[in-house]
Design a binder for this molecule. Structure first.
Ligand code: ADP
Ligand code: MG
Length: 347
């Protein structure tokens, strides 16, 4: 039909998640080794008693990073670590990465050396081998694509779609810091642009700036799960903000949730910065993203085991009410959770 041919749907109408669904909905898995394809933090490939985990991420200059305040060494470190985080989210261990870059002639060899220094530091720290990649030119800007390969025992793998009603919802570390760090860096960039004589004022905010520029993957938590013999019932890493991630777990698991607003862990520095920006720190935690903490659910039987772990906070529980995701406010009123996390295609 002519009309159909002429139809043009804007990317912004669809949004990132619906676009991925749209592009991949009719993909059929043909190899029996492919245990999990599209739809989790990593693909899962049968490897005997073990599985191979594969995940990939792309970073675009001007979209994901701004080189006016991101040192290239930090960028290399972060680019690797965010991939390790997706393997952690499957309860696995990252082992290898490949690194592909498209780079314009604006960059020098020394600049790329810096970027690789960061990658190498991350690989060393996390015991990961850099085993390949691809290098090409771009007309403008830097593009980075990293693929990570990880491993897990077959029975240890944790998916997004297996949360059960009454499970406890837990997060690691604290949330919202990376977003408030970004707000601060953006603010100081504007100040600097207006008057290059003024040096950035980041004093007292090392923590949130570090959260933005140098995140870590929570491999320590994966070790704790092993030591305590706890296997979460579902897990995802928080790259896009708590709201969007809990909705992924609930939607994929066919369940709902109640998350207590006052239980969401927030660092005092994050709070102070939020006050400065006249916003609620919980909004940064819910919608900010890039904290790379783990969001997971456990069966209530495991509560005794995790309750003394400082780095784990119980923030709510899973309900049977499919797709009904709520925040429980201090007065016990229920606020529907809406995912306002990262959208690659804003209008
Ligand atoms: P994460 O936030 O954990 O990196 P994403 O939201 O990027 O995950 O991706 C969700 C799922 O969709 C993953 O399984 C990913 O491999 C898959 N995916 C994303 N983009 C594409 C694409 N263009 N084609 C096929 N699969 C994709
Ligand atoms: Mg992820």
């Amino acid at each position: 039909m002519l009309e159909e041919k002429l139809k043009r749907t804007e990317l912004s109408e669809m949004g990132e998640f619906r676009l991925i669904d749209h592009l991949t909905e009719d993909i059929k898995i043909v190899n029996k080794e492919t245990i999990k394809g599209v739809g989790d933090d990593a693909a899962v490939i049968d490897n005997g008693n073990y599985v191979t985990l594969v995940s990939t991420d792309i970073l675009t200059e001007g979209i994901h990073f701004d080189l006016t305040y991101t040192p290239l060494k930090h960028l290399g470190y972060k680019a690797a670590v965010v991939n390790f985080s997706d393997i952690a989210a499957m309860n696995g261990t990252p082992k290898q990465i490949t690194v592909s870059i498209a780079v314009s002639n604006r960059f020098s060899v020394e600049a790329l050396d810096e970027f690789y220094d960061g990658l190498k530091i991350a690989c060393k720290k996390y015991n990961v081998d850099l085993v390949g990649g691809d290098t090409t030119s771009s007309l403008k800007g830097l593009f980075i694509s990293i693929t990570v390969v990880g491993i897990a025992k077959k029975d240890d793998v944790v998916y997004r779609n297996t949360a059960k009603a009454n499970d406890l919802i837990c997060v690691t570390g604290d949330l919202g810091g990376a977003f408030m760090g970004l707000k601060l860096l953006e603010r100081e960039k504007e100040v600097f642009k207006a008057d290059p004589g003024i040096q950035p004022d980041l004093e007292g905010y090392d923590y949130i700036v570090g959260r933005q520029l140098k995140p870590e993957a929570r491999m320590d938590i994966i070790k704790i799960f092993k030591d305590l013999k706890v296997k979460p019932t579902s897990m995802i890493d928080i790259s896009d903000g708590l709201a969007s991630e809990i909705m992924h777990i609930c939607k994929d698991s066919d369940v709902g949730c109640n998350v207590y607003l006052d239980k969401i862990p927030i660092d005092p520095t994050t709070n102070n910065m939020a006050v400065d920006f006249n916003m609620a720190a919980t909004v940064a935690a819910l919608n900010g993203g890039e904290d790379y903490e783990l969001l997971f659910t456990i069966s209530q039987d495991n509560y005794e085991k995790i309750k003394t772990v400082k780095e784990i906070t119980v923030i709510g529980y899973i309900t049977e009410a499919r797709d009904n995701c709520y925040l429980v406010a201090n007065d016990n009123s229920l606020i529907p959770i809406k995912a306002q996390g990262w959208n690659s295609f804003p209008e």
